[in-house]
Design a protein around this ligand. Structure first.
Ligand code: HEM
Ligand code: CA
Length: 173
């Protein structure tokens, strides 16, 4: 008998600060939890949307709505720490599973839980945070070796002048 913990997926997700099990089933919105990407993520802890161009515009939208006020327009940091550089207060945030746990369950102080974000959009949001990195990604646990070779530090001007329009024409899957 399993007394607690999420009933969907195989991974156990835990609060970044307390280590308590996060009840995703009970807290995530009903919308957006049955997509192939979410199912895969809950089973494997790997975000299938990483560096998928078609997923980035929505990820940016969610970021600007819920995160940029504290973390800065492009993750440069404000009252919250920078999210676009190679330093992480919690090293586990270098994994898809770890950063999901931090966003869903919150961390200390002003970093409250963001479990109100639809899970499929959460994966797009995480893909966006990964995409806006400006420092060396050779140490990035969230990229495959192939993705590391192809990755270019985020360039806001380029994104706004051409990248975003091109990404909007592509599907997120
Ligand atoms: C910490 C993401 C919204 C304030 C963090 C960390 C991540 C993160 C990944 C840990 C960074 C690290 O390990 O270095 C997000 C995302 C948000 C969001 C994706 C939107 C969904 C906010 C908001 C605030 C905020 C709205 C302010 C009200 C903070 C603070 C910390 C933090 C103060 C440091 C907490 C600690 O060290 O325990 N955030 N955040 N964040 N965030 Fe956010
Ligand atoms: Ca940082």
């Amino acid at each position: 008998l399993v007394a607690s913990g999420p009933s969907i997926g195989q991974e156990t997700f835990r609060n970044t600060v307390t280590g308590d099990v996060l009840d995703i089933d009970a807290n995530a919105p009903a919308e957006g939890r049955d997509t192939p990407a979410v199912k895969k993520f809950l089973e494997t802890g790997v975000n299938p949307y990483t560096e998928v161009p078609g997923c980035l515009p929505k990820g940016e939208e969610v970021y600007l709505e819920s995160c940029s006020g504290c973390h800065g327009h492009v993750g440069e940091g404000k009252v919250g720490p920078g999210l676009a550089d190679a330093y992480w207060t919690y090293p586990k945030n270098k994994t898809d599973k770890g950063i999901f746990e931090t966003i869903f369950g919150g961390a200390n102080g002003m970093m409250g839980p963001h479990s109100d974000i639809e899970l499929d959009n959460m994966l797009k949001l995480i893909a966006w945070i990964r995409h806006i990195q400006v420092e060396d990604v050779s140490d990035a646990d969230w990229l495959t070796d192939e993705q590391k070779k192809a990755f270019k530090p985020f360039d806001l001007k380029k994104w706004e002048s051409e990248g975003k329009a091109a990404a909007e024409k592509q599907e997120c899957k």
